[in-house]
Design a protein around this ligand. Structure first.
Ligand SMILES: [Mg+2]
Length: 362
């Protein structure tokens, strides 16, 4: 099945109502949407999501330029496409626009391949199971006062989530960080698991103090306590804490993950699909983690990650962040705390073309 056309759109999408209701100042998300058309009339879609509009236009332009390289290729030739796109991008990477643009095209090839074979992506990639345990993290930002955090936490639990993640790192003391966790705990009760993401805001000394205080407060993982480049600091923290240290969303490609794994600098790996360069390299990172006994999570994009994490044996948790719901006709189903991978072929999600038309800005 040959690729006949590649087109790229930029969509400015509204944040969800829940997000706005929680008092968040961000008013839009941006999607770079790739469509790959084939000589069999099948169309595959891929996308990347950003929270800054100024950054997605050069990304879209890069994807549009690189996409022309795929004309005439078979949609199943994802490895050949990866190499061709890296070459066409001047081998700038892994990292930056070329890697992220490649991601949108790679997802669209996999979606088209799934539609061509009549199989959902999770099964094409291994089919370890058809669902994955989920946590909610939307509208749980460090900028929010305790009451707004509690409101978001209660909302997520009312929707069926039993695991939540909030961002930390902007409080002047470890006690201030702990108070945010305790506020969420007060709102949701003892049975909900709470993770925290420090978004690389601490130095080593602060990370140890805050990490121990948060551990005592009952969190189940500490994410990105230090810079992702401070491998020895992260490894030291992994040894000092009893709770797992999670990280990886800022790493580009397989090699930085291998170095991080070999340094013992994380206990749980979080892969960002765009920085990985798409599904094809994502699966290799997941396999490298499997060989070292490291569980995998995905960074946002639940519509794709529900498939990837369900497909592999070391899939751990999927992050529910509904940034793309405004452009799709259906929502992922949540059953007993798990997001369920759709059975429809490919990604199994259908674009709402009226919404795409409404939100298209380029
Ligand atoms: Mg994070």
């Amino acid at each position: 099945m040959k690729i006949t056309q590649v087109s790229i759109e930029v969509l400015e999408t509204p944040v969800t109502l829940e997000y706005v209701a929680a008092g968040n100042a961000v008013s839009s998300n941006w999607h770079v949407l790739a469509r790959i058309d084939t000589d069999e009339g099948i169309q595959g879609i891929g996308f990347a999501v950003a929270t800054r509009g100024g950054l997605v236009r050069p990304l879209a332009q890069t994807a549009a330029e690189l996409g022309q390289e795929l004309i005439g290729m078979n949609v199943l030739e994802v490895e050949a496409a990866q190499e061709k796109l890296a070459r066409a991008g001047g081998w700038v990477g892994p990292g930056g626009m070329v890697t992220m643009a490649t991601c949108t095209l790679d997802i669209a090839m996999w979606d088209a391949a799934g539609k061509s074979l009549g199989q959902p992506l999770y099964r094409m990639l291994g089919g370890h199971r058809n669902r994955i345990r989920a946590y909610a993290s939307d509208a749980m930002w460090y900028s929010m006062p305790h009451e707004a955090l509690q409101q978001s936490a209660r909302y997520h639990v009312s929707q069926g989530y039993d695991k939540l993640k909030l961002r930390l790192g902007h409080e002047p003391t470890p006690a201030g960080e702990v108070a945010r966790v305790e506020a969420v705990r007060e709102a949701v009760g003892p049975d909900v698991q709470i993770m925290v993401d420090a978004t690389e805001t601490w130095d080593r000394i602060r990370a140890v103090a805050a990490g121990k205080a948060l551990q005592d407060a009952g969190i189940v993982w500490l994410e990105d306590p230090l810079s992702h480049q401070d491998l020895s600091g992260l490894a030291d923290l992994c040894r000092r804490l009893d709770i797992p240290v999670a990280g990886g969303e800022h790493l580009y490609g397989l090699d930085p993950f291998q170095k991080t794994f070999d340094a013992g600098a994380l206990d749980i790996a979080i892969i960002d699909l765009a920085r990985a360069g798409g599904i094809t390299p994502w699966m290799k990172i997941a396999a490298a983690a499997e060989a070292r006994g490291v569980p995998i999570c995905g960074h946002v994009i639940p519509e794709v990650h529900v498939h990837l994490l369900s497909a592999i044996p070391n899939g751990y948790l999927v992050e529910y962040m509904p940034r793309s719901e405004p452009i799709f006709k259906t929502r992922l189903a949540l059953e007993d705390g798990c997001l369920v991978a759709p059975e429809a072929p490919g990604l199994g999600v259908e674009l709402d073309e009226e919404a795409v038309e409404r939100y298209r800005v380029a």
